[in-house]
Design a protein around this ligand. Structure first.
Ligand code: CUA
Length: 329
């Protein structure tokens, strides 16, 4: 567990990223968390084991050729059989298998699917849940999905080409400006999975990560209902001071906090930032200390990020802003 992680229910599994084994499985195609990912994992194993067997067979033939006594063989039969018939057969079978696997997980327009738009930005992820009433619930760098229900992602980009890569659940698909790609997956058990951008998109490409939290349908519905509500106006005087400093500092030009006058669209929606696992798209664990550090020194933590470092706050104001943002759950 991270030193700072607190056991708050809203921040699912905060600090779990530091548990090495869990972290390995969080982002591995070999630890599938759902049926689509299981098919992709199976495909990977078939290709790997098949290639290993063929490699061993070819090496054995090479060893025989090198170490056994010379003798007459039917060279033409070996060339036609081993160089033509064998590879054509194996590759054809694999092609059909891989194609059918791809086709079976590319089913789009699944009835009853949870629909989420994910937009690649420099260098973070905007997430928009499409609600049945036509409204959208907006957040960033984190998706929650209910176990057992198909999820249909609409992937696009606002700037350059990114690639949405979620190996333990969904595989990988490009995010292209002006074009929407669809990706369907589902989770078959609760868990936290990590994904990241898989297409070089500039200076902070390597620090463009996100988390997907699969949870019980009832927990998910509760979370979505809370996430859809505007922020609660702070009653605590220190938190109120934080909100006032946030507005005075101009943060609302780039960020939205629903329920306040902050309605900027350039950066992540912060309405419920306190409930998210990470800051800066997976760069830092999210807690009051890292929020303050991020605001004051963004360009050291994530150089080139479009968020300028904000040095307009006094120490007290910075602590108040951080405490206010941290309270938005
Ligand atoms: Cu976005 Cu690489």
């Amino acid at each position: 567990m991270s030193f700072y992680a607190r056991g708050r229910s809203a921040r699912a599994g905060a600090g779990a990223g530091h548990e090495t084994c869990a972290a390995l499985h969080m982002q591995s195609a070999l630890s599938p968390g759902g049926p689509e990912a299981a098919l992709l994992g199976q495909l990977a194993w078939v290709l790997f084991i098949g290639a290993a067997l063929i490699f061993v067979f070819v090496m054995a033939l090479a060893a025989v050729a090198v170490f056994s006594r010379p003798r007459a063989i039917d060279g033409e039969r070996w060339i036609v059989g081993g160089g033509l018939v064998f590879p054509v057969t194996v590759l054809s079978v694999l092609l059909v298998y891989a194609y059918r696997t791809g086709a079976s997980i590319a089913d789009v327009g699944v009835p009853g699917a949870l629909q989420i738009e994910v937009i690649g930005r420099l260098w973070w992820w905007e997430v928009r849940y499409r609600n049945p009433d036509g409204s959208q619930t907006v957040l960033a760098n984190e998706l929650r999905v209910p176990v057992g229900r198909p999820v249909e992602l609409f992937l696009t980009s606002d700037d350059v080409i990114h690639s949405f890569w979620l190996p333990a659940l969904a595989g990988k698909l490009d995010m292209i400006p002006g074009h929407v790609n669809r990706l369907v997956f589902s989770a078959d058990r609760p868990g936290i999975h990590r994904g990241q951008c898989a297409e070089y998109c500039g200076r902070q490409h390597a620090f463009m990560a996100f988390y997907v939290i699969a949870e019980d349908p009832a927990d998910f519905e509760r979370w979505l209902a809370r996430e859809s509500r505007p922020a609660v106006p702070p009653s605590d005087p220190f938190l109120r001071e934080g909100l006032e400093a946030f507005m005075r500092g101009g943060c609302g030009t780039c960020h939205t906090i629903r329920g306040t006058q902050a309605d900027g669209r350039l950066g992540p929606d912060l309405t419920h930032i306190g409930s998210r696992r990470s800051l800066g798209a997976g760069v830092l664990d999210n807690h009051v200390g890292t929020i303050a550090g991020w605001i004051a020194d963004t360009q050291t933590i994530k150089p080139g990020s479009l968020m300028p470092e904000t040095r307009v706050f006094s120490g007290r104001e910075l602590r108040a802003v951080a405490a206010y943002l941290d309270s938005l759950e």
